[in-house]
Design a protein around this ligand. Structure first.
Ligand SMILES: [Zn+2]
Length: 79
């Protein structure tokens, strides 16, 4: 029973990581952009854009950071 739960949770965790790599976090001051996962953030199943306050390593201060998910390119050119 616990094995099943752990397996399900493992899949969910992988999903969360994959989702978090799809999200970007961008400094609204200098435009520096990174993947949300690379800054230790996670986001799952959300839509739209949100903002958070955080350090930007490029302009070196607290900035408003935009968290958003870029549009995926179409899987097939004919779509
Ligand atoms: Zn910046």
């Amino acid at each position: 029973m616990f094995g099943k739960i752990r397996k399900a949770f493992g899949n969910f965790a992988e999903d969360v990581v994959r989702e978090s790599h799809a999200w970007k976090i961008q400094c609204t001051s200098c435009g520096r952009q990174r993947s949300l996962a690379s800054v230790g953030g996670i986001r799952y199943g959300g839509f739209g854009t949100s903002y958070t306050l955080g350090m930007c390593s490029q302009c070196g201060g607290f900035r408003m950071l935009r968290i958003y998910k870029p549009e995926k390119p179409p899987a097939s050119p004919s779509a």
